[in-house]
Ligand binder design. Structure first.
Ligand code: NAD
Length: 321
């Protein structure tokens, strides 16, 4: 039997409907959730994300406040802007869109955000609460991984509490924004949680850990890192990776850039197609695992809904409701 493809888009739609009801309830009490973005300079990725947040706010029925400033603004002025966002009753959540220019310290900006408006859990206070197992705002992407696992378990008739307790979960990646918080969220649910990373691979130990896992959550930014050799039969794979690759028209190998010849067969890539893939080798795994999230259409689809959930929570906190 083939693997179950965990449909992130369908799960996101279910959550959206649940949140729409919650939002309606809040609005009848005069509570209007809103998000502010803080962008300094013109980094391409940050600008794309800003546009996506604005669109998402319009779709969700949230207020949106844009703070976009030239790269030469001073750090003191950025912090004054954060303070005005902290004081704005229409702003429930603040999203700093990094990278900031070099003269602006990430931590100075993040530490000035009100901990009650820190909807993606960047502030050390909220990361500390997450580590202690009492998060106010579990960060969006890691929460999306948990949500996908929980809804998958429910679909299989497993109570998520039982599903997590004692489960072998291997998290591949230990970044502050994905790997570590995913590991905390799994540990908080009493899973036997192993976190592996690039140094694990360098010592040749990756498979030792991943093949022991019931659930493999991979967030490495490395296409095809997890294939059939890296998982046990019947595992569940949650693929967080988002990688833009150039597919060699001759041998199908994924390459990073069009300007160089294919790293495997040397073919010219100047006319080759680009593709978005995860960190898991989907085609290989689908014959071995019990379930897997696709890329696109998996974790990324649910991430926004987790951010929306935190925005509603922040709006309630702000209103004391
Ligand atoms: P990062 O570069 O900050 O961290 C990568 C992690 O992977 C590190 O811990 C590193 O040690 C580990 N790693 C790298 N190569 C490895 C290897 N060969 N073996 C084992 N571990 C290895 O990246 P990040 O910000 O944590 O993001 C990870 C991936 O998730 C990226 O592809 C990113 O685009 C994606 N992402 C997706 C979403 C989403 O909503 N779906 C959100 C954030 C990030």
């Amino acid at each position: 039997m083939g693997a179950k493809i965990i449909d992130g888009k369908a799960i996101a739609d279910e959550i959206r409907a649940e949140l729409a009801k919650e939002l309606e309830g809040l609005k009848t009490k005069g509570i209007e959730p809103g998000i502010a973005t803080l962008l300094v300079g013109d980094n391409f990725g940050a600008r794309m994300y800003r546009g996506a947040v604005e669109k998402f706010c319009a779709e969700m029925g949230f207020n949106y406040r844009e703070e976009t400033h030239p790269a030469d603004i001073s750090e003191a002025d950025v912090i004054r802007i954060v303070e005005s966002l902290n004081a704005d009753a229409k702003v429930s959540g603040i999203l700093p869109l990094r990278p900031f220019p070099e003269h602006i310290s990430d931590s100075a900006v993040i530490n000035s955000i009100s901990v009650d408006k820190d909807i993606d859990c960047f502030h050390p206070f909220n990361m500390g609460k997450l580590a202690l197992g009492e998060p106010t705002f579990p960060p969006a992407t890691p929460s999306a991984c948990i949500e996908l696992m929980e809804r998958y378990m429910k679909g299989e008739g497993i109570d998520p509490k039982d599903g997590f307790e004692g489960a072998e979960i291997c998290v591949v990646g230990h970044s502050n924004i994905v790997g570590k918080p995913v590991s905390f969220l799994c540990l908080n649910r009493n899973a036997s949680t192993t976190t592996v990373h690039v140094f694990t691979s360098m010592k040749g130990n990756l498979e030792k850990h991943t093949t022991a896992a019931d659930y493999v959550v991979v967030a490495a930014g490395f296409p095809n890192l997890i294939g059939s050799e890296q998982v046990k039969e019947g595992a569940v794979v949650i693929d967080v990776g988002i990688n833009r690759v150039i597919v060699c028209p001759e041998c199908g190998t994924y390459n990073r850039a069009k300007k160089d010849p294919c790293k495997k067969c040397g073919a010219d890539l100047s006319e080759a197609e680009g593709k978005t893939v995860g960190d898991a080798n989907f085609d290989e795994l689908v014959g071995k695992v019990k379930a897997i999230t696709p890329v696109p259409g998996g974790v990324g689809s649910v991430t926004n809904m987790m951010l929306a959930k935190n925005t509603l929570r922040a709006a309630r906190l702000l209103a004391g409701a």
